[in-house]
Design a protein around this ligand. Structure first.
Ligand code: ZN
Ligand code: ZN
Length: 424
């Protein structure tokens, strides 16, 4: 990632910079991050030498001033906007540069009601003198607010929720007990099953599900039905070697154009968990796509629908489905819907995740990883996306112990509708 690379390079300069933090959409886990913004906290004396240092870095072609007091570092990997602020105004600057524009607008309006102004990254008193805000907490406190988490800074109802004391206790990385969606060399993953499991183990997970693509999926490589037993044997052998992480044998089965699943029930019932997905639209309109989903949701062996909108932030906004009906069916059938952390998906996005969880749907927050070295990062993206949707840990399947995940799967298989989670 461009931001972390530059932070690392700047760190090597050994300048007396207190902190360099990503701001902007990156910090908010916005799905459509157009540009990278960094904020450096440094005493005024260091500002000039900081910028000279950045300009001299290998890979940085130029550092040019921009309006609003920032600088753009043009690097071999793209442009990064840099802001430098003194420690006494660091909190106000971090809120300002993190955005969103809508959120900052809400804070500006609120500042006026306190006889203050929030302009140009600083809080100002009635005489236009800057009011020191060393931390974000200090800035929000001056406006009589608790810190609003970056993922919630949409410019929507976040201040109203804060005033009502209704900001939820958001899902965090510590809540995640396992990852229920990843691919291996058995389908289109880059790493072996063992590498994926052993890497997941280093992340402290209690369980993982290996979920390769079913035979007729549109991905480059898929798991053929004759390989299912061989894959299971490999998992069994690995279970003998590794006893501190549970390995679920799962699959990401394609929902076919007629709503049936790519593997038959005999094959599917051998898996510990079945995820189902649409990977293309087969030329269907939203009504037909919903029917395909509803058929999969009714299927007792399907426990999770992955990346339900099938969105791709850069290319495709997602299916124009009747999501309320999808959520109703998911809640009623005891099927979880996914928040997929792959950068190519981030699906459901925050807004849909919020609606789903409000409708009582259980969510699964997964990496959908195809390479071991991205397992942690993609899970972070999934969590950040879920947090944008105000998702609480109680709504998240893989924030539960393994027994509860197994019970969730078993309840649907047995035709018992799992108790819907209580809407907030
Ligand atoms: Zn998929
Ligand atoms: Zn997948």
């Amino acid at each position: 990632m461009l931001a972390s690379w530059l932070v690392q390079e700047i760190g090597r300069l050994g300048l007396a910079v207190d902190q360099i933090v990503p701001a902007g959409g990156v910090r908010r886990f916005a799905p459509d991050v157009g540009s990278v913004t960094l904020l450096a906290i440094a005493t005024p004396e260091i500002h000039a030498s900081f910028l000279r240092g950045v300009a001299g870095l290998q890979g940085v072609r130029a550092v040019v001033p921009r309006d609003a007091g920032g600088f753009v570092a043009h690097t071999d990997r793209g442009g990064v906007t840099l802001h430098v602020e003194s420690p006494e105004h660091a909190g106000a600057a971090l809120v300002w540069h993190t955005g969103s524009r809508g959120h900052v607008g809400l804070l500006q309006a609120r500042a006026l009601t306190f006889g203050l102004a929030f302009e140009g990254g600083r809080l100002l008193d009635t005489n236009g003198r800057p009011v020191p805000c060393v931390s974000e907490e200090a800035l929000y406190a001056r406006l009589s607010l608790p810190v609003i988490q970056p993922e919630l800074r949409h410019g929507g109802d976040e201040l109203a929720l804060a005033d009502e004391g209704q900001l939820p206790d958001l899902l965090t990385g510590r809540d995640i007990r396992g990852d229920l969606h990843m691919h291996t060399t058995w389908s289109d993953g880059r790493d072996t099953l063992a590498t994926m499991v052993l890497t997941a183990r280093t992340l402290g997970y209690e369980y993982v599900a290996i979920t390769d693509h079913s035979e007729r999926a549109t991905s480059s490589r898929t798991l053929s039905r004759r390989d299912v037993a061989r894959q299971r044997a490999e998992i069994d052998a690995l279970r003998d070697r590794v006893d501190d992480i549970a390995i679920l044998h799962g699959v990401e089965v394609d929902i076919m154009p007629d709503g049936t699943l790519d593997f038959d029930d005999t094959v599917l019932s051998g898996f510990d968990i079945v995820l189902a997905s649409l990977h293309d639209d087969a030329g269907h309109d939203p009504g037909r796509l919903l029917e395909r989903y509803e058929a999969a949701l009714r299927h007792p062996l399907v426990s999770v629908i992955t990346h339900p909108a099938n969105r791709s932030p850069a290319r495709f906004p997602g299916y124009a489905l009747d999501y309320d009906r999808l959520f109703e069916a998911a809640a009623a059938t005891g099927t979880a819907l996914e928040v997929d952390g792959a950068p190519g998906h981030l699906d459901m996005d925050g807004a849909l995740a919020r609606r789903a969880s409000d409708a009582g749907v259980t969510l699964a927050v997964n990496s959908d990883c195809h390479r071991a070295d991205a397992l942690a990062r993609q899970m972070r993206f999934g969590i950040g996306t879920a947090r944008r949707g105000l998702v609480r840990r109680e709504a998240v399947l893989n924030a539960r112990p393994l027994e509860d995940v197994q019970a969730f799967v078993a309840a649907k298989r047995a035709g018992r509708t799992a108790a819907p989670q209580v809407p907030r």
